[in-house]
Write a protein of this length. Structure first.
Length: 110
């Protein structure tokens, strides 16, 4: 029996995107692995200030997923997403970027 028959729960992938930045990846997952994952997309579509003092205004307080995909562009939100995933022990795969906080912040290995 397989996952689709309901014996094993499908892993949950939570995608964080800014202005549609992860849409192609989500479409790829849905196309190449239909029904294998529970996909949830968290979108930030409004214009963002240059400096974000309170990330709680933009990110959910609690992150619940088996894997997080990060397609955020704002450095303050990227750093906060890294921190929250590390705290929750949720693996995070983020688009490649250089950010001063990335050397200090690491998520658990997959």
């Amino acid at each position: 029996m397989n996952k689709a028959e309901g014996l094993m729960p499908r892993p949950k992938i939570l995608v964080f995107q800014e202005r549609g930045s992860g849409e192609k990846k989500v479409a790829g997952i849905e196309h190449y692995a239909p029904g294998e994952f529970r996909l949830e997309v968290f979108s930030i579509d409004e214009p963002l200030p240059a400096l974000i003092d309170d990330p709680d205004c933009y990110l959910p307080e609690k992150i619940e997923a088996d894997l997080v995909l990060g397609f955020l562009r704002h450095p303050d939100l990227v750093a906060e997403l890294f921190r929250r995933c590390r705290e929750a022990k949720i693996p995070l795969v983020a688009s490649a970027r250089k950010h001063p906080a990335t050397e200090l912040l690491a998520t658990p290995p997959i």
